[in-house]
Design a binder for this molecule. Structure first.
Ligand SMILES: [Zn+2]
Length: 280
């Protein structure tokens, strides 16, 4: 058999790529040692970074016809109704907050990929029995308030909202206060009803074996959240990664011009933007 199966629907890769590149410009910085461009969009930073990225994603969700809600942890959900109002949703998504020296894809692919799926279903006139929800979880990187996968941990009930709100950054600013300051302390219930399924396309940062190779994984942060598992204060020191064409190998230190006082910096090795694939 040649070509896709009749029931296979292909998303618009160019549109997805453009969304990824547009989002990557929010919080972008130039990595001086390599001359490459990276992303510094740490959780709940001000209008120049995370909050602006959140607003952009919410606008894309609304343009895609999704009903958007924000919960008391600042997690954002966009919902496309299904034909069965009693059916639990299929949840997808990830995060758009970044480490200090990030690339364009970690987390963002899961969020924007979900939006692209909805765009494609709409264009094809496809309805689903179950609702589809796209989640954007707060402080999943954990670089600012010290616990990664935080938003999903609270949504899943593994950490309390009060505990999360009381976490402080190195300047003593609380997460709860920063949610209020940036306008993302939403009214929606933070506890998620169990979805029918959760699927996430997630690219972690690292050095793949070739410029075109990316890692793809299916993970369930909302149900694997492990408070403090990668706590920066206890994590092993990063293993320096060899440089490769198209990617800036960077370590967990703040880039020049990054906002002071956010920390501690994640110790995971990571890369800045990589060259786009030649075909999608
Ligand atoms: Zn991630």
């Amino acid at each position: 058999m040649t070509g896709p199966a009749p029931d296979t629907i292909t998303v618009n890769g160019h549109r997805l790529w453009q969304s990824l590149m547009d989002l990557a410009e929010i919080g972008a910085y130039d990595d001086e040692p390599t001359g490459l461009r990276g992303v510094n969009r740490q959780a709940l930073t001000d209008a120049d970074a995370d909050a602006a990225g959140r607003r952009r994603v919410m606008a894309w969700m609304e343009q895609a016809g999704l009903t958007v809600r924000i919960d008391r942890m600042g997690n954002i959900y966009g919902r496309r109704e299904g034909t069965d109002p009693t059916a639990a949703p299929v949840l997808t998504g990830s995060h758009i907050d970044s480490v200090a020296t990030a690339g364009a894809f970690d987390g963002c692919l899961g969020v924007l990929g979900g939006i692209e799926v909805v765009r494609t279903l709409d264009e094809r006139g496809v309805s689903t029995r179950r609702p589809i929800e796209i989640g954007v979880f707060t402080e999943e990187e954990g670089v600012r308030f010290g616990i990664d996968m935080l938003g999903s941990a609270v949504a899943a009930g593994r950490l309390s909202l009060e505990y999360a709100h009381a976490l402080t950054d190195r300047d003593g600013r609380t997460l709860g206060g920063e949610l209020a300051r940036t306008g993302f302390h939403g009214p929606a219930d933070v506890r998620l009803d169990p979805p029918h399924a959760y699927v996430e396309c997630h690219i972690e940062q690292g050095v793949p074996s070739s410029p075109r190779a990316v890692s793809r994984s299916v993970s369930s942060p909302a149900y694997r959240a492990s408070p403090g598992r990668r706590s920066p204060s206890t994590a092993a020191p990063p293993t320096p990664a060899p440089p490769r064409p198209g990617c800036a190998p960077t370590q967990g230190s703040p880039p020049p011009g990054s906002p002071s006082g956010y920390g501690p910096w994640s110790t995971r090795a990571r890369t800045a933007n990589c060259a786009p694939p030649s075909a999608m």
